[in-house]
Design a protein around this ligand. Structure first.
Ligand code: ADP
Length: 597
């Protein structure tokens, strides 16, 4: 059971008052008893001494003679004080007595008499401590033997008895007073202790109430009524509440800041507690892994994703200081995405591992770029190695004697020239792309009429068109100016690449339809061929560097696989758009659009 401090204080106060009253009362009673006893004892002794002196007895003969004198002395003594006086024979028999009880001839019954007879010395009845409790004696007795001067034997014993009821009456009256005083004192103590206890408990109750409110998040101040310890405690509490409020505000703003950061991060973040239970995951995480892969435990999530990481090992290694920092993280592929996972155990204030934070970075773009870079280097190496190998083998054959056969030598040299041209084209294309990539392409942007450039390019390609037996249809409004802003050399290059593709990839003599038209804002150039066409999956990759539907055919036609990539980059540099539609076996249409200037 919970006893309030108020009751404890009251009980302690009352107990202290009670104990004080009992102890002091006992002392007082003892003292009163003792004082009374001593006083009566002294009176009894002096009475006995007086009687002895009056008797003047020193031998048995004297006693017989002075029997009358004894009697008169006795009556005088009795008259002088209220004590009972007896003259006893050495065996305790009453010889004379001032009271009828015990009668003459009877043996005096007394606790002290046997000792007097044995020791032959005067004795007084010993008064026991707190005798009133048992009311053991109702008298106090002093016995004084008178000894024979010659034989030393007891002649007579003077026995003086006083009534003890006085002592008891006195003690009981004092006890009554003390009990009354104790009750009044306890009553006063109860009232004062209750008031005092209230003075302490009221502020404490207020503090308790406020601390409960504090725990519930309300930081109200408590009024201070005094400057004593309670006042100081209240002041400290108010200070603590104010500091706590500041800290809580700081923590909550820090928390919301952190939440905002976590939510707006491009990376997925998950936090697990010591037991490996998921305690936080930002929305990016759910987007990255999908709801089906997300679970509430570390051991369920990562094995499902095919990532072998032991949670316990991570924690253990961190606390042993064994963890080797894995800056690169663990790569994970999920569907068509790549994620880099970083596992970082976190500590509590005592330096013990508290859990693990997992950061997931979407590295799909880097991964793809990396892949493209690798493929690009491999492609470049391959594209350069092929003509170089050809040139080298032809050179060796020439050195080995083929040079003497002029016809073969000329044939070889023309192959070597073709390969050298291919290499030059390749290197030029690569340089062009690198300039575009590094934003070093200098464009000489001027107003121009696209119709003129189209006509010039067709004219320049005419020889190849005719050589292949293709028919070319050029369609444009001669009266109209297809005015745009552009670098004429680059526009020419765009047209050249598109047109030469149409020529290259039309095997049977076909028709190449070049159409130019314009609406108020857009100039459209369409090059349509009746060539081999491109299948849909290849069409999606057509602008990739080094992508070729048929490598051998492209190479035989002097292609590098870079033409359309350069075209796309250049069209975009002119803020234009390019699109290709195609049907295998039917033909391809390339559409380029520029803004009217
Ligand atoms: P290449 O130097 O090989 O011609 P391009 O980048 O110009 O490189 O073209 C990439 C690939 O697209 C070619 O290898 C070819 O397979 C295909 N291609 C381009 N234009 C046409 C077209 N008009 N008809 C059919 N296939 C084409």
């Amino acid at each position: 059971m919970r006893t309030s401090i108020q009751w404890k204080i009251v009980v302690i106060y009352l107990s202290v008052v009670f104990v004080i009253m009992v102890v002091s009362g006992s002392f007082i009673i003892c003292n009163i008893e003792d004082t009374h006893y001593e006083k009566i004892k002294r009176e009894l002794m002096s009475s006995a001494e007086t009687i002895e002196g009056r008797l003047g007895v020193s031998s048995g003969a004297d006693f017989e003679e002075s029997m009358d004198k004894v009697e008169s002395t006795l009556s005088t003594m009795v008259a002088l004080n209220q004590h009972a006086i007896y003259i006893l024979a050495p065996n305790g028999e009453v010889l004379l007595g001032s009271k009828s009880e015990p009668a003459v001839g009877e043996i005096m019954v007394s606790d002290v008499l046997p000792e007097v007879i044995a020791k032959k010395t005067p004795q007084t009845l010993e008064w026991p401590l707190f005798a009133y409790k048992e009311a053991k004696y109702d008298y106090i007795e002093h016995d004084r033997p008178i000894l024979d001067a010659t034989t030393g034997e007891i002649l007579v014993i003077i026995c003086v008895r006083a009534d003890a009821t006085d002592i008891y009456d006195n003690v009981f009256s004092v006890m009554k007073t003390i009990t009354l005083a104790a009750m009044i004192a306890m009553g006063i103590a109860a009232v004062f202790s209750a008031i005092f206890a209230r003075m302490i408990t009221v502020p404490i109750k207020q503090l308790t109430k406020s601390s409960k409110q504090l725990a519930a998040g309300s930081f109200s101040r408590i009024p201070i009524y005094s400057e004593d310890e309670i006042g100081q405690l209240t002041q400290s509490f108010n200070y603590m509440a104010a500091e706590l409020s500041k800290t809580m505000t700081a923590i909550s703003s820090e928390k919301s800041k952190l939440e905002k950061i976590l939510e707006n991060m491009a990376d997925g973040v998950m936090a697990f507690n010591r037991q490996g239970v998921l305690i936080h995951a930002n929305s990016v995480c759910y987007e990255m892994l999908g709801n089906t892969n997300m679970d509430h435990r570390f051991d369920f999530i990562f094995p499902k994703l095919g990532v072998e990481v032991s949670f316990d090992k991570l924690l253990a290694e961190e606390s042993n200081g064994e963890r080797v920092k894995n800056e690169e993280g663990i790569m994970m592929a999920l569907e068509d995405k790549f994620y880099n996972l970083h596992f970082a155990p976190y500590m509590n204030a005592r330096g013990e591992s508290e859990g693990v934070v997992v950061v997931m970075q979407d590295v799909t773009t880097q991964q793809k770029l990396d892949q493209m870079r690798k493929e690009f280097v491999a492609n470049v190496s391959h594209e350069l190695r092929t003509p170089l190998t050809t040139v080298k083998s032809y050179t060796e054959t020439l050195i080995d004697g083929a040079i003497d056969d002029r016809e073969i030598a000329m044939q070889f040299l023309s192959v070597m020239e073709k390969e050298a041209d291919r290499m030059t084209t390749l290197v030029q294309d690569l340089l062009e792309l690198s300039r575009i990539d590094n934003k070093q392409m200098q464009l000489d942007m001027r107003p121009l009429d696209l119709k003129e450039i189209v006509k010039e390019t067709i004219e320049a390609q005419k020889i190849h068109i005719e050589k292949k037996g293709h028919r070319i249809i050029y369609e444009a409004d001669e009266e109209m100016i297809y005015n745009m802003i552009g670098d004429s050399a680059r526009i020419r290059q765009i047209l050249h690449n598109i047109l030469s593709n149409a020529i290259k990839y039309s095997i049977d003599p076909g028709t190449i339809h070049v159409k130019l038209y314009k609406n108020p804002n857009i100039i459209t150039l369409q090059v349509k061929d009746t060539g081999i066409g491109i299948a849909k999956p290849d069409l999606e990759r057509i602008f990739e560097r080094f992508f070729r539907v048929d490598k051998a055919r492209s190479r035989s036609q002097g292609g590098t696989g870079l033409g359309l990539s350069i075209v796309k980059e250049m069209v975009e540099l002119h803020h234009g758009k390019i699109s290709i539609t195609s049907k295998p076996g039917k033909g391809t249409t390339v559409t380029v659009q520029f803004n009217v200037s």
